[in-house]
Design a binder for this molecule. Structure first.
Ligand code: F6P
Length: 324
């Protein structure tokens, strides 16, 4: 392998720049050229790339977003799109790829790597932390800290006005952001898709949570089936007219901002492991960290999933105990 392509794809996450930097620096260390493709798989198809050197990744470890930009490519899902991508890679003498993204990114990588027998390693970059094959994804810790910071502020005003807040956090198919941030902010209850809780369960929890606390905060994952923060707030307002119930949807602020040190270190470690993995013959797999060890999980297993360990009843009980 003489030239490794790197790209970021799908939703961005804080720490992606640290990952790009690590791939480039590891390439330079191992005397391999690195080519950066712009807007994920779109860059492969449109032949949109930059040659990366030591300087092109200077001063980016602390920056949110991705300097290579990102996209969810429809064209890469087609045979013709992938053929263009392959032809461009060949023409540019790029002989391996590091793709940074979530499970959609890996699905594309899996198809492409089998179709063209092309070496690809994936890096888990998503704030959702919903991938099999790693304890943590790049960006999860930063997003959690953004949520905690925002909800601490909401708590100040909620407490002053004796209000009940329903705070909606990201996680299309996963409640992991809601789960940890909920514990971190001392939420009275959380609602996540994995727990199958309806509004009645929340009412029950609120009735049994600390009655002497003047504010109440419910953290709800956007993917929860209860109908979203506004629908839940409406029911709560009727049941507890004594509270002025408010909704706050945190939205895309969770995707931006400086990555935390944990995410920078994780991304740096993954980036180097990806390059060294490729040079050692690893391919068709995602780099992850399980119990502090670097592991490679085949793309077909590095998918979104509900892990009983990650969202176990132990976690949910913790919230009950802490808000009782
Ligand atoms: O997968 C990351 C994520 O931020 C989800 O939590 C969220 O549902 C989705 O992306 C939002 O995507 P978009 O930025 O395209 O609206």
């Amino acid at each position: 392998i003489k030239n490794i392509g790197v790209l970021t794809s799908g939703g961005d996450s804080p720490g992606m720049n640290a990952a790009i930097r690590a791939v480039v620096r590891a390439g330079i260390y191992h005397e391999v050229e690195v080519t950066g493709f712009i807007r994920g798989y779109e860059g492969l198809i449109n032949n949109d790339f930059v040659n990366m050197d030591r300087k092109s990744v200077a001063n980016i470890i602390q920056r949110g977003g991705t300097i290579l930009k990102t996209a969810r490519s429809e064209a890469f899902n087609t045979v013709e799109g992938r053929k263009k991508a392959y032809d461009n890679l060949k023409a540019n003498h790029v002989d391996a790829l590091v793709v940074i993204g979530g499970d959609g990114t890996f699905r594309g990588a899996s198809v492409f790597s089998k179709e063209y027998d092309f070496p690809i390693i994936g890096l888990p970059g998503t704030i959702d932390n919903d991938l099999e094959g790693t304890d943590f994804t790049i960006g999860y810790d930063s997003a959690l800290n953004t949520v905690v910071d925002a909800v601490d502020k909401i708590r100040d005003t909620a407490e002053s006005h004796d209000r009940l807040f329903v705070v909606e956090v990201m996680g299309r198919d996963s409640g992991l952001i809601a789960l940890r941030s909920g514990i971190g902010v001392g939420a009275e209850a959380i609602m996540i898709p994995e727990a199958n809780m309806d509004v009645d369960d929340i009412l029950h929890k609120l009735d049994h949570s600390r009655q002497d606390k003047s504010s109440k905060i419910i953290v709800i994952a956007e993917g929860d089936e209860a109908g979203g923060a506004f629908a839940v707030a409406e029911v709560l307002q009727k049941k507890y007219p004594q509270y002025d119930t408010k909704v706050s949807v945190l939205g895309h602020i969770q995707r931006g901002g400086k990555p935390t040190c944990m995410d920078r270190v994780l991304a740096s470690r993954f980036g180097v492991a990806a390059v060294e993995g490729l040079l050692n013959g690893e391919r068709g797999a995602m780099v992850g960290q399980i119990n502090r060890e670097i592991v490679f999980t085949p793309f077909d297993h590095a998918t979104k999933h509900i892990d009983a360990e990650k969202v176990s009843s132990t976690w949910l009980k913790l919230i009950d105990i802490l808000s009782f």
